[in-house]
Design a protein around this ligand. Structure first.
Ligand code: NA7
Length: 847
């Protein structure tokens, strides 16, 4: 057995160069790296085809970790071409002096875990073997070309090139009859570049793509100076953006805009390049098929404007998949190429390619003759590069068996069963929709911190648990299913471009800020979801989020939302009111306003007398309003055929305890006495509240019992019960999601204002809970007040009160006000509906 290393790194692209630097120079580890290519550069070493270029601006598509590197390198074009990007990576490699860590022209052929020695055995194609405590794969996601599906390529007598292994010597296409197969990002770049060079260019297109102008141009001196001075803010903006570039936020939903407004916004971003057309136009294009169709049709119109022959234009217009459900390409003069008389478009959807022949290409309807054939048919993404490492994990577990039904991973960084193997930008990482160099830095930094921890603690094995992998897989799939991406056919996003490959979620589509927040949380809680020396730490809350809740949280992070406990009173109140934007609008109905006590009465158009819901809004006793409760009250009234009285109460800290409980109880007493004048039935009152409003409802239910006011039921929507409760959920969800223990404590403090804690603030402290109205208690899995609310439900039941307890998995405190973005809030309404119906029945029986 050859040498032993702390770390073996595989790959010399963006990830490998930075990983070697980080592990060797910052952690001081003994690192050996391997690279199959003859030099550094990764994808930019291999993909030397004419026109190869990045489509994130180079100022963003570059390393951010070193101020010196950012300052010293100047890009000549907005979107640099392959030679310049390769030169950059070579320059970085020299600057960091990482080349000497690499063995080039050396391919890893097998990577086998030795359980006894707790290390990896790595064999390479030069016949050498070494061992390493850790392996860090930096092999990239799009680094293994798709196997050609066409028989006969070896018989072709002309020149056959694959874009991803393009020769290093210039290829002269002048005067030649050239075929390009494939019209993805690569095919489009090649076609537009060589159209004027080839004598005849024939493009074989199976699926047209939604290509938009790249907007490339030289970077002038003034711009270079500006860039150099603004790196810090550009990078900060990038890291806060869903896809890791500081692009404008979208202008709300496309479906809420008029056709003229949509046109204006699409025009604005059409030729500005990057992914602006996707991320800076409208918020719903990636989520809603109807919204997506507005942008899809806009792009089709632009294609028709540019391509003279209507039949060719029609062939170039995609109609079988939503915009951005396949990775959108960018172009410069691509569509105009089809106006050239010697450029021909062949539709191989209707007549598929059957073979490559000695003289050219044969489709099911015709044979074509060529001097040169260029294959731009894509990659076997994410899985194949790792499978090619010949990985065998614990007990000889083969990676191909582990992944028979599609890839699994935890955070894209580790695969259960493969200890001490870390993957940079692996399957189910965020990289597919996240500016690669920044995604890479995030992953390398995460892995380096994990290694540092393992080394410091003398941890022999560091591995993802199967449970964490499952939870992560569910989140990835759930988020992807909320987008239009699964509606594409044949996209590498879903593994569908390779015949026989498992259709699955190959990446995390929740956006960079959420991904970063999750990784930070995982590390913060001691690598939750990982087993260190086989002792596993619990899966952190953010990994267990409902996918829609996760996406919403991600978009809040992208908007720069500060943690709630860092906000001042006015800011908390503003946040509470802003939740109205997250609510589904409530149905129109008659609303009466009462001044003393202040309340709104929502009266659905049904025959009375109506059952009555008395509703108290949430907001931690310090925020919230009748406006915040407006949409939920309309919905409650409509769905339950009930009159809903939304009661105002005074807020702390201006009015601390007992103002709110006195106001809410006074409102209840008023309803009992006066509601019949509005058509309500005082014999069928259900009291209900959300969050702090639920605490007030629980207390009002006790006061009602004591005052002889009959209630048909009480609905407590994630109520805080007792500020001194010492529960597991308080500890587990102390840092959120969304609602934190610190803000909870501030709210309780403001509400109590130093008053002694009694049953009028903490209902569980009542001397008896017997005789209270039947209760429905709704709790949320990822809420710090979950356990105290469930304990209260238990106490009510022990006191003989009929209780229903309904816990909702994956949701966090506050979601009742987020119904427009978290579809499962409808389950909460359904649960309330069932309960309220029972209350109605019971009273009817009594009556
Ligand atoms: P893509 O985007 O996977 O494109 C591959 C193209 O090759 C696409 O147009 C395919 O058509 C076509 N293709 C693949 N197999 C066939 C067969 N058998 N017959 C006809 N046409 C075929 O790969 P790219 O290299 O362009 O881009 C990959 C990524 O690199 C890109 O997304 C960026 O992230 C950078 P299909 O759509 O399958 O009908």
């Amino acid at each position: 057995m050859g040498s032993h290393y702390d770390v073996v790194v595989v790959g010399a692209g963006f990830a490998g160069l930075y990983a070697v630097h980080k592990m060797r120079d910052e952690l001081g580890l003994d690192v050996q790296a391997f690279e199959a290519a003859g030099g550094v550069g990764g994808t930019w070493w291999w993909n030397r085809y004419p026109g190869a270029r990045c489509d994130f601006e180079s100022i963003h598509y570059s390393y951010s970790f070193s101020e010196e590197i950012q300052r010293e390198w100047e890009w000549s074009e907005r979107f640099a071409g392959q030679p310049e990007i390769l030169a950059y990576l070579e320059w970085v490699a020299d600057k960091l002096d990482v080349r000497r860590a690499f063995r080039f022209n050396t391919r890893v052929t097998s990577t086998t875990w030795d359980d006894k020695a707790a290390r990896w055995i790595i064999c390479t194609d030069d016949g050498a073997t070494c061992t390493a405590r850790f392996v860090v794969s930096c092999v990239g996601g799009l680094s293994v070309a798709k196997e050609p599906e066409f028989p006969g390529s070896e018989t072709f007598r002309g020149e056959l090139y694959r874009t991803s292994s393009w020769p290093h010597e210039p290829v002269d296409l002048t005067g030649k009859r050239v075929a390009v197969i494939g019209t993805g990002s690569t095919g489009i770049q090649v076609i537009q570049e060589i159209a004027n060079e080839a004598a005849e260019l024939t493009v074989f297109q199976r699926t047209p793509n939604f290509a938009a102008p790249l907007g490339n141009e030289p970077v002038d001196l003034a711009q270079r100076r500006w860039n150099a001075e603004h790196h810090a803010e550009l990078r900060a903006g990038s890291r806060q953006h869903m896809i890791g570039v500081p692009y404008d936020p979208p202008s709300g939903p496309a479906l809420a805009a008029t056709p003229d407004e949509r046109r204006r916004i699409f025009d604005k971003y059409w030729d500005r390049g990057g992914f602006r057309l996707l991320v800076s136009t409208f918020s719903d294009v990636i989520f809603n098929q109807q919204a997506n169709e507005t942008i899809a049709e806009y792009i089709r119109e632009r294609i028709r404007e540019r391509v003279k022959d209507p039949a060719t234009a029609a062939l170039l217009c995609p109609t079988d998949h939503p915009y951005a459900s396949k990775r959108p390409p960018f172009e410069t003069g691509y569509y105009e190429a089809y106006n050239l008389p010697h450029v021909h478009l062949v539709d191989v959807r209707s007549a598929p390619i059957e073979a490559i022949t000695p003289t050219g290409v044969r489709t099911s309807s015709k044979s074509y003759e060529f001097d040169v054939i260029i294959l731009a048919t894509g990659f076997d993404v994410f899985t194949r590069p790792l499978l090619n490492l010949g990985l065998r994990g614990r007990d000889g577990l083969k990676l191909e068996d582990r992944w028979a039904n599609g890839p699994t991973s935890y955070l894209g960084v580790q695969i259960a069963g493969f200890p001490n193997l870390f993957v940079i930008n692996g399957p189910k990482s965020a990289v597919a929709l996240y500016n690669v160099p920044l995604a890479t830095e995030d992953n390398v930094n995460f892995v380096a911190a994990a290694l540092a921890r393992a080394i410091a603690d003398k941890t022999a094995t560091f591995e993802a648990t199967y449970e964490a992998e499952e939870a992560w897989g569910r989140l990835c799939e759930g988020i992807l299913n909320l987008t239009v991406i699964p509606h594409s056919k044949g996209s590498w996003y879903m593994g569908e471009n390779i015949p026989g490959k498992a259709r699955a979620a190959y990446f995390f589509a929740g956006g960079a800020p959420l991904y970063r927040a999750i990784c930070a949380e995982v590390a913060h809680v001691g690598y939750g979801g990982f087993a260190l020396d086989r002792v596993s730490a619990p899966i952190p809350p953010m990994v267990r989020l409902d996918p829609a809740a996760a996406l919403l949280l991600g978009s809040m992070l992208a908007r720069g939302m500060k943690p709630l406990d860092e906000l001042n009173l006015d800011e908390v109140r503003a946040v509470a009111e802003s939740l109205r934007e997250l609510q589904l609008p409530g149905p129109a109905m008659r609303v009466e306003t009462v001044e003393a006590p202040r309340a709104r009465i929502y009266i659905p158009d049904r025959a009375g007398p109506l059952p009555v819901i008395v509703f108290y809004h949430g907001g931690g006793w310090i925020s919230g309003s009748l406006d915040l409760a407006d949409a939920p009250c309309r919905r409650l009234a409509d769905e339950n055929g009930a009159m809903v009285v939304s009661a105002h109460y005074r807020l702390a800290p201006e009015h601390s305890f007992p103002a709110a409980t006195d106001d809410t109880f006074a409102a209840l007493s008023w309803v009992w006495k006066h509601v019949s004048a509005y058509g309500g039935d005082p014999g069928r009152i259900v009291i209900m509240g959300e969050s702090a409003g639920a605490n007030l409802a629980a207390v009002a239910a006790i006061r009602a019992r004591d005052a002889g006011i009959p209630l048909a039921g009480q609905v407590l929507i994630y109520p805080p019960i007792d500020p001194e409760a010492s529960t597991a959920s308080r500890t587990e969800f102390a840092d959120g999601p969304f609602f934190t223990r610190a803000i909870g404590e501030k709210m309780w403090g403001a509400y109590l204002g130093g008053a002694e804690l009694t049953e009028l603030a903490a209902p569980s402290r009542a001397s008896s809970l017997a005789g209270l109205a039947p209760a429905l208690v709704l709790t949320l899995e990822l809420d710090m007040s979950r356990d105290e609310a469930e304990d209260y439900a238990g106490a009510l039941a022990s006191a003989g009160v009929p209780v229903r307890l309904h816990r909702f998995d994956g949701l966090f405190h506050g979601v009742f006000n987020m119904s427009a973005f978290i579809p499962r809030v409808r389950e909460m309404y359904a649960s309330i509906g069932e309960f309220v119906a029972t209350c109605k029945e019971q009273i009817t029986e009594v009556a």
